[in-house]
Each structure stands twice: as structure tokens, then as C-alpha cells.
Design a protein around this ligand. Structure first.
Ligand code: HEM
Length: 192
């Protein structure tokens, strides 16, 4: 129920973020890829430390085996990326309901990540070992990781009355990511 609501109520926002990312474009080259990854690296470097991991664990959801920052750091090292030090507008993650709603977007993006990963391998020769680790993500485990997340979220939502809070957090997360990824310039940067 909650998953269906999230999918329907964020459908347009998914289209918007897809357009902002624009990675499936035939003209998308390695320089574009590096710029995009710098965006995501900068985002996750500020986002993941703000997740209330202990509260999530108390709500029966463990994010610790899902962290994306190490993958981005590995790619950054291989590709020599620079991370933006600009303060990024982040969604409110101050309750388990908000954090889980936000993580719907983060975990859901691993599904599209598989499509993107295949495209990057085909067009730019990128694999998990040479700069494509973030998009390779959970690899063959992607389906089962998504299913497990969906079960945790459904259980959490079923036990409470926080569906609106969950959906609002997902919308806010899509909005923050689209705004940040779509923004053209980065000033001050931190080297990898
Ligand atoms: C060009 C970039 C992208 C492509 C091609 C893409 C494609 C896809 C595909 C094929 C799915 C699976 C649909 C299904 O199995 O039902 C999916 C799901 C999803 N993607 Fe994306 N995606 C992209 C970018 C993103 C980004 C950047 C985010 C968020 C940061 C995102 C969030 C989601 C979410 C939350 C879902 C789960 C939808 C659901 O079933 O409820 N996607 N995407």
C-alpha cells in the first residue's frame, strides 16, 4: 500500500530527476559522467551522516550494509574526482518515518542504477572496478535488497499512522536531489 502510494505520488518527480541526470543520452561522455558522480558524491557525503541510524535500527531497519559513500569514494579515487564543499539543501531526516520515506528514493534509485550501470559499461567501458562502483551498487543483489527494504517500510507503515510523513519525505528528497544535480556550477571543491 505505502509502496504503491509512493510510486504513484512521486512518478512525475522521477521523470524530473531522470531528465536532470540525463545519463542515458547517447552524447553523455566520460567528462559528463565525472561531473555527475561529483554531484552524487557531494550529496551522499552530506546526506548519509545525517541519517538517524540508531533510530532506524530500533524501527527494525539496518542501513549500515547499504551505505553508498564508500562506493562513491572508491570511484572518486579511481577517476580523480573533486567533491563540492557547498552546503547542499537536504531533506528533513529527523524521524524514522521521514528517514524511511527519504530512503525509498535512495534505495529505489538502485533499480534504475542497474539500467544505468549496463549503459555505462556498454558506452564508456565503466565497471565496478574502474569508476562505476556506485552505479553497479548491489549488483545481482539489487532485487532482493529492494524487496527487503520494501518489506521493512511496509511493516513500519502498517504499525503506525505516518504514511503522509513518509510520502512527504520522499517528495522532499526527490526535490533536493533534482535541484542539486540540475544545478550548473560548483564553486570551492575538495580534492579526493
Ligand atoms: C536516467 C536515470 C534513471 C533511470 C533511467 C531510472 C530508471 C528506473 C527504472 C528502470 C526503475 C525500475 C522501475 C520498476 O522496476 O518498476 C526505477 C525505479 C526507481 N527509481 Fe529510477 N531511474 C533513474 C534515476 C533515478 C534517480 C536519480 C532516482 C533518485 C535519486 C531514482 C529513483 C527511483 C525510485 C525511488 C524507484 C522505485 C520506483 C518504485 O517502484 O516505487 N531514479 N528507475
Amino acid at each position: 500500500m505505502i509502496l504503491q502510494r509512493l510510486k504513484e505520488e512521486t512518478r512525475v518527480q522521477h521523470e524530473e530527476v531522470e531528465a536532470a541526470v540525463d545519463v542515458m543520452n547517447q552524447m553523455f561522455d566520460l567528462a559528463d559522467y565525472k561531473r555527475l558522480l561529483e554531484k552524487f558524491w557531494s550529496f551522499y557525503a552530506q546526506y548519509e551522516p545525517k541519517l538517524p541510524l540508531d533510530e532506524l535500527r530500533n524501527s527494525d531497519f539496518d542501513y549500515s550494509n547499504r551505505v553508498k559513500l564508500p562506493l562513491l569514494e572508491a570511484d572518486a579515487k579511481v577517476l580523480g574526482l573533486e567533491r563540492s564543499s557547498n552546503e547542499i539543501e537536504l531533506p528533513d531526516l529527523s524521524s524514522p518515518a521521514k528517514a524511511l520515506g527519504s530512503l525509498y528514493v535512495i534505495e529505489g534509485s538502485t533499480l534504475g542504477g542497474q539500467v544505468i550501470s549496463r549503459h555505462l559499461k556498454q558506452h564508456l567501458g565503466l565497471t565496478a572496478e574502474n569508476g562505476g562502483a556506485f552505479y553497479a551498487g548491489y549488483g545481482q543483489e539489487t532485487g532482493s535488497m529492494w524487496k527487503a527494504f520494501g518489506e521493512s517500510l511496509t511493516k513500519f507503515a502498517g504499525a503506525g499512522n505516518a504514511d503522509d510523513e513518509i510520502v512527504d519525505a520522499a517528495k522532499e528528497t526527490f526535490a533536493c536531489i533534482t535541484k542539486w544535480v540540475g544545478r550548473k556550477t560548483n564553486t570551492a571543491a575538495i580534492s579526493s
